[in-house]
Design a protein around this ligand. Structure first.
Ligand code: FES
Length: 105
């Protein structure tokens, strides 16, 4: 499926995501700024924070308690903030667009 990162400088980068991959892995492996994924997707960092395009917010799985706890450390959190390691590629989210925040914790 296809997804697009909107970088802090407003440029857009679109990638193909294999089904089952996490958004954090795609961002990290393509060296997107501020997507560090330091904890490897274990909900222990918040360096994978992204802001989801509101049009897609409802298509994503709800925020778990663990994700909620860790999101408190995200800098510049918004109502559509998510931890990208918790967002897995499915056909429903084809075309997903997320903004990368300007700072990492
Ligand atoms: Fe650490 Fe997502 S990679 S919380």
């Amino acid at each position: 499926v296809e997804m697009t990162f909107i970088l802090p400088n407003d440029t857009e980068k679109t990638f193909q995501m294999p089904l089952g991959a996490s958004l954090m892995e795609v961002g990290r492996d393509n060296e997107m700024p501020n997507i560090e994924g330091t904890c490897g997707g274990n909900l222990e960092c918040a360096t994978c924070h992204v802001i989801v395009d509101p049009a897609f917010a409802e298509k994503l799985p709800p925020v778990s308690e663990e994700e909620e706890d860790m999101l408190e450390y995200a800098i510049g959190r918004t109502p559509n903030s998510r931890l990208s390691c918790q967002l897995t590629a499915t056909r429903e989210i084809n075309g997903l667009r997320v903004m990368i925040p300007t700072a990492v914790p």
